[in-house]
Design a protein around this ligand. Structure first.
Ligand code: NZQ
Ligand code: ZN
Length: 393
């Protein structure tokens, strides 16, 4: 039976120059003292931060700022942000960046209103109290600008873990596709992979789906694939940047998961271990695992994999056995990732991963053998070792 909650309160302001709306939006959501949070250098170098500071000053909104968020954001920076937010009594957090900056901002927003250490929130998916977070998005990828979750890495023990709740959905997100023109090709590709995977992870379920949700999923994946190829030659093609940016938000706001289950998510669970241990970009961690995962589990739900091959990957089923159709569907997505120059094996990550490393990651991904990621097939410690070892050949 189909059963779902769909709650997506984030106000989206989309289009060129939309970052100039930032001060008005902060006022609408009652921000008076803002923490502006950003990453390494891209928002500084592009002049985006200056434009934001000017808009805040012109509208008499006071602010403090904290940069230096790294990809796969770390606990130590978040703790610095929480201390700053409390000392300065900020009442609004503005994330200027991608998923890492947004997730760091969400964590600060929770920590600012709590006496508990922020790491004690990991695993909690029902967080109800946080400062409001607004977003100026600079990379289409994680979908955190509309999602209820945050993923952070503990830099004392390399654990990458998530938490969430309705309080973590940003109140607004400014999406100007032009802000993504400066992305390096590899980051654009990693973002595209993550967007596709957010719908693919939700698609692979053993439970009931809905025709409307499946059709939205098919179109979203196909649209992102088509426009990602355009960007290989034309990185400043506004229409393609726009299609991908909006797809990124829709792929992770719950829309493509409106069916009887939230999906599989095993590749995300395993991928987080790769990012935590080796600093692999999130999108690349997913593409390095997905083809091997898909071949490992496809026998568990052949109908779903066949539907994926025919309807999403547009494999022509005539004169083919079910296994051939499934194989071609997996191969088509793998080939697409290769076209974007993304790794499709662990070996391609070039991190010199050995069997002991794989055992360590399998232990962490199963939370010391107490949790089994996945829905198509619940993965045990040995399954994760098998998948990672095959992907490492
Ligand atoms: O730090 P800067 O200099 O800004 O560089 C960033 C960073 O190195 C760069 N970048 C961003 N916008 C740019 C730009 N460079 C040039 N021009 C621009 N306009 O891109 C690099 C990657 O940024 P990051 O924020 O890490 O990328 P992404 O959006 O992919 O976020 C990844 C993080 O989000 C988490 C991932 O696990 C990872 O930690 N996720 C969060 C989710 C959520 N909260 O709902 C869901 C996802 O599944 C994902 O797990
Ligand atoms: Zn993701």
């Amino acid at each position: 039976m189909v059963k779902f909650n769909y709650y997506t309160p984030t106000e989206i302001v989309f289009g060129e120059n939309s970052e100039y709306e930032v001060a008005n939006l902060i006022k609408v959501y009652k921000g008076k003292k803002v923490l502006v949070h950003y990453g390494g250098k891209s928002a500084l170098e592009s002049g985006l931060l200056d434009r934001i500071y000017e808009a805040l000053t012109a509208n008499e909104i006071t602010y403090v700022s904290l940069g230096g968020v790294v990809a796969n954001p770390v606990l130590s920076k978040i703790e610095e942000g929480i201390t700053l937010a409390k000392t300065e009594k900020v009442d609004f957090v503005l994330a200027v960046g991608g998923g890492s900056v947004i997730d760091s901002s969400k964590a600060i927003a929770v920590g600012a209103l709590s006496k508990e250490p922020i790491w004690s929130f990991v695993g909690n998916i029902d967080i109800k109290k946080a400062l409001p977070v607004g977003v100026v998005l600079t990379i289409a990828a994680a979908g955190s600008e509309m999602s209820s979750g945050a993923v952070i890495t503990n830099d004392t023990n390399d654990l990458k873990r998530d938490f969430g709740g309705r309080a973590l959905r940003p109140v607004f997100a400014i999406l100007n596709p032009e802000l993504t023109y400066t992305l390096p090709t590899y980051q654009t590709a990693c973002g595209v992979a993550d967007i596709i995977m957010h719908t693919v992870e939700r698609y692979f379920t053993n439970k009931t789906s809905m025709e409307i949700t499946d059709q939205i999923s098919n179109v979203l994946i196909q649209t992102v694939m088509r426009h990602a190829l355009v960007l290989l030659d034309e990185p400043t093609n506004y229409e393609s940047r726009a299609e991908i940016m909006w797809s990124g938000s829709l792929s992770h706001n719950g829309l493509t998961g409106a069916r009887a289950s939230g999906g599989d998510w095993a590749c995300h669970q395993m991928g987080h271990e790769l990012s935590a241990k080796y600093g692999v970009a999130h999108g690349a961690s997913l593409t390095a695992l997905w083809p091997t995962w898909a071949r490992y589990v496809s026998g568990e739900n052949k109908e779903r994999f066949k539907k994926f091959a025919i309807e999403v990957m547009e494999v022509d089923p005539s004169d083919k056995t079910s296994s051939e159709i499934i194989d071609q569907g997996i191969l088509k997505l793998e080939d697409f990732f290769k076209k974007l120059d993304l790794p499709t094996t662990l070996k391609a990550l070039d991190k010199d991963i050995n069997e002991e490393d794989i055992k360590d990651m399998a232990l962490k991904a199963t939370h010391n053998n107490t949790f089994n990621p996945g829905e198509i097939k619940k993965l045990h410690y040995e399954d994760i070792i098998n998948i990672m070892s095959k992907a490492n050949q």
